[in-house]
Design a protein around this ligand. Structure first.
Ligand SMILES: *Cc1c(COP(=O)(O)O)cnc(C)c1O
Length: 395
């Protein structure tokens, strides 16, 4: 039994996956190498037949720094194994493409990150996969769409940007009853608040670009699940199609994991405080945040996640003009489109991240012209609240 299985998350986040060289370095070593020299021709042959956990062949297949990141996050998520990828989208597209073949049926929730929607709608279908979309919050729609022919279910546990929460245990039970596997994009739930593994998700994917880095420095992603699925289906697909994580990024992200728990809890506490302070403001139609009692799935959110997350959305009265005036008046919060960063970020989804969608689809997803997504950072909550209130007053 792995000793890390007894450790609590904060200990795993600091020590998980550590592999020290003969120098006994404190910080993780960064192995910036594309390949590895073998002591003999026989050893090279042997390694291509079967490589052990500390035996590497080529950085597209694996690398010691990347392996340390994979071990640490797998231990944190309480799953057997992980494969690190070049970006969150390499993880999403890799998980979907590795598991699906022509003729398969996929059911997905409709409210998805724009690139996830593109992969499902435009890429998978091109290879003969049939994809149906449902309103992820409506269990009846899941029940009607998932049939014994369904091969895979894909969903974002908390949707972007309207923060709808999906009943993960119920949807997973429906999928498993039909013999389908479930892939959960868990970015908004974060590894800190995730219970996706305990709820039985077959694969969990993260964009490590978001909270795991948490400081806006590099791209990365990860696919987590059982050893059988990760080594049997994900690794062969990923290592031959080339979406590997760079050792430099793995080193940055390993250090991100060390402080992830502290950062995400602090950001979530500030998000809760801002959501409560802003709810009912006369310039707002609504404040969307799973931690508010007024949120449509507040009780469900508390059941399926260990915390409300670090992102809230504000629906401003006055549409796009008001939204732009608000953003341009912000002095602390930056205008950008990342999330989970130490710096608070305001995004206008209708004109940026979700610009590609036709108006009717935006309306269906609740992406109104006045909607602002606010990713809450590590600044002082008082400064953030003052900045937001001043910007609302200046509109
Ligand atoms: C950002 C994001 C992705 C894609 O991650 P990248 O690292 O940008 O490729 C996928 N899903 C969700 C929910 C995201 O927020």
């Amino acid at each position: 039994m792995d000793p890390k299985s007894d450790w609590k998350s904060r200990t795993v986040a600091v020590h998980g996956g550590a592999r020290r060289s003969q120098y006994g370095e404190m910080a993780e070593a960064m192995y910036l190498t594309q390949g590895f020299a073998y002591p003999s021709a026989e050893a090279a042959e042997e390694r291509f037949i079967k490589s052990g956990p500390d035996e590497f062949i080529y950085a597209r297949y694996g690398n010691p720094t990347v392996a340390a990141f994979e071990e640490r996050i797998a231990a944190l998520e309480r799953v057997e194994d992980a494969f690190a990828t070049a970006s969150g989208m390499a993880a999403v597209s890799g998980a979907l493409m590795a598991l699906c073949k022509a003729g398969d049926h996929v059911v997905a929730s409709r409210a998805l990150f724009g690139s996830c929607l593109y992969v499902l709608e435009e890429v998978l279908t091109r290879y003969g996969v049939r994809v149906d979309f449902v309103d992820g919050t409506d269990l009846e729609q899941w029940r009607a769409a998932i049939t014994p022919q369904t091969h895979l279910v894909f969903l974002e546990s908390v949707s972007n940007p309207t923060l709808e929460v999906i009943d993960l245990p119920a949807v997973i039970a429906l999928a498993h009853d039909a013999g389908a596997r479930v892939v959960v994009d868990n970015v908004f739930a974060t590894p800190v608040f995730s219970r996706a593994a305990a709820h039985g998700a077959d694969l969990i994917v993260y964009s490590a670009t978001k909270h795991i880095d948490g400081q806006g420095r590099c791209l990365g992603g990860v696919i987590l699940g059982s050893r059988e699925l990760i080594r049997g289906m994900i690794e062969p697909f990923m290592k031959h199609t080339g979406g590997a994580m760079s050792p430099f990024n793995a080193w940055v992200l390993l250090n991100g994991l060390t402080t992830l728990d502290l950062r995400v809890r602090a950001q979530a506490a500030t998000a809760q405080r801002l959501a409560q302070a802003l709810e009912g403001h006369p310039a707002l139609n609504a404040v969307l945040f799973p931690g508010l009692a007024s949120h449509a799935q507040h009780t469900l959110a508390a059941r399926v996640m260990a915390g409300p997350g670090t992102v809230l959305s504000l629906d401003l009265k006055g549409g796009k003009d008001a939204a732009f005036a608000f953003m341009n008046a912000l002095r602390v919060v930056l205008i950008s489109n990342n999330l989970g960063d130490a710096r608070s970020i305001a995004t206008h989804p209708a004109t940026t991240t979700h610009q590609r969608l036709p108006d009717a689809q935006k309306q269906l997803l609740g992406i109104t012209p006045g909607l602002i997504r606010l990713s809450v950072g590590l600044e002082d909550a008082d400064d953030l609240l003052a900045d937001i209130l001043a910007a609302l007053a200046a509109m």
